[in-house]
Design a protein around this ligand. Sequence first.
Ligand code: ZN
Length: 427
Amino acid sequence: MNYKFTGGQLLLRRGGKFTAEPGTLYVADGTILAVQDSGAEAPDIEGEFETRDISGRLVMPGLINMHTHAYMTILRNYADDVDFGEWLFQRISPAEDRIRPGDAFTANLLAFAEMIMSGTTTYVDMHMFKGQSSGAADKAGMRAFIGRGLVGEDLYTDGLSRFQEALEEQAECGSSLIQFTLAPHAIYTCSPKFYEQVSAEAEKRGMLKQTHLSESRTEVSDCLKKYGKTPVEIMRDSGFLSGGAILAHCVHMEEGDIGILRDSGSTVVTNPASNAKLGNGFAPVAAFLKEGVNLCLGTDGTASNNTLNMFREMGLLSLIHKAVSEDPTALSAQQVLEAVTVNAAKALGMEDRLGILKEGAEADLIFIDLMRPNMFPDNDIVSSLVYSANGSEVSDVMIGGRFVMEDRILTTIDLEKVYDDSRSWER
Ligand SMILES: [Zn+2]
């Protein structure tokens, strides 16, 4: 289906900034065919287009959640108000071992329903159930970058079965919207040699790499004790940062760590709600930006957030870091919006195709209802998106040219069935 969206506002990039302007957007065969701003003549385009009047609404690129564990929605609000060690090793990990693959499939669909309804069109996932994340993402029509969580001392002995699952999952998936990453879990569950082996495999296979890094103070001090290096130094020395990697958390940076991340061209994915909730602290986000590190945003899983709502996360990102740095100019609304769009696209190797409304980009679009009390008047739409929106303003969502939500109704997910199936979960 080809579409012409007219009568509303478009969120465009002008001179390195986001700006909202009246205009018309043409979508054909899953991509943006043309962007016509208000002063321009209609483009010379052939073919049939379904015209949709979007007056009172803003079209913008879909949000990109750069770190989550979608299957974990089964554990939403399951282990709250406990310390990080107890949370992970005594509550979450044992509960994960009891999750059945079918439960993980349903939990993924529940995650996607929440993501879509709050404007997320692409997500980066680390999971533990082969085929369930990709199968559910395919069913829901999500754009996904999926990695089977890997752990071990040696990729080809104790790490082999999971690594094989990761490769099989990639080979078996037929969706053009889904890509696969290599995802060693963290330095406290994988050895430096393991990171070296994964790095070599990623290079050989041309795959993106993701991991958890320097999330808690204990992780960093244990690592220094055990290896005499910071987790970031181990990543550098193992080759994991070569060509860039997607690094979730990066809360506790030692001297020199930020420079290493910047020089490697890696991406930091900050997860402010998860870090705050687990008492892990605040990542030095203002320093990352000052040093020129590519900064993105993630929700982490619902066991530690406890939502997948990127609008809530955007507000938190800006407010927390203004407060922590005692500087109201830290983390502008523009910078926050960049973290969830163009910066994420760059990290995923899809610059010019994701996170931006331009000719040739993927038609991953969200439509924002501006006729809401909390969005009115539109003195500054970028500020409205970051400081005033809560996600419920998302009226319609398109991924790869296909509507996955229209007028707040999901078209690919039977939400009642997801609720029914969720009731049988045993935790
Ligand atoms: Zn995580």
